[in-house]
Design a protein around this ligand. Structure first.
Ligand SMILES: [Zn+2]
Length: 173
């Protein structure tokens, strides 16, 4: 059986999803919100663009907590997002116009080392490029160029999750 998507309490999940519904409306700004597992909002941070960097003090607040942010385009966690797992969050989440994505460690007592995290990032990038190439070739063969591309990062995490001991889910909003 698949592990549960989340074991957060229903009222905590409601709070997080409410915040996600707010930040997903941004068109140009990526916003990150960190929640305590009991549901208190701990930190909010905005960036114009697509990658949010945390200071060392902010990274301390990631540990044991839930980090969520919006993606401006449809798409799952980036390799950079997944690397947050080395700072021991309870769960890393992303929300976009269509989906909510979540990632956490199957065994929180064994966080990813910096080395494992770097290896995972490299492999995710490589797989992402491969899938993009496959897609481009197929589009060329089938003349599907105008079609919207599927979410490549979602496919990347489906393929890499078990190798790195990750529990990964995507659900429609
Ligand atoms: Zn992201």
């Amino acid at each position: 059986m698949l592990p549960a998507r989340t074991d957060l309490a229903a009222n905590v999940l409601r709070k997080i999803e409410k915040a996600e519904n707010g930040i997903v409306r941004h068109e140009l700004i990526e916003e990150t919100v960190i929640f305590h597992i009991r549901g208190d909002e701990l930190l909010r941070k905005r960036a114009r663009g697509v990658v949010i960097h945390f200071t060392d003090e902010e990274l301390v607040r990631v540990a044991g907590n839930i980090v969520t942010h919006n993606h401006l385009e449809i798409g799952s966690l980036s390799a950079h997002d997944a690397c947050l797992l080395q700072h021991k969050p309870y769960e890393v989440r992303v929300v976009d116009e269509q989906y909510r994505y979540s990632m956490r460690l199957d065994d929180p007592s064994k966080p990813l080392s910096q080395q494992q995290s770097a290896t995972m990032q490299k492999e995710a990038h490589r797989l992402e490029r491969e899938l993009q190439d496959e897609l481009a070739e197929r589009a060329l063969r089938q003349g599907e160029r105008g079609k919207t591309s599927p979410d490549i990062m979602h496919e990347v995490w489906l393929r890499l999750a078990s190798k790195y001991g990750l529990i990964y889910h995507r659900e429609r909003r």
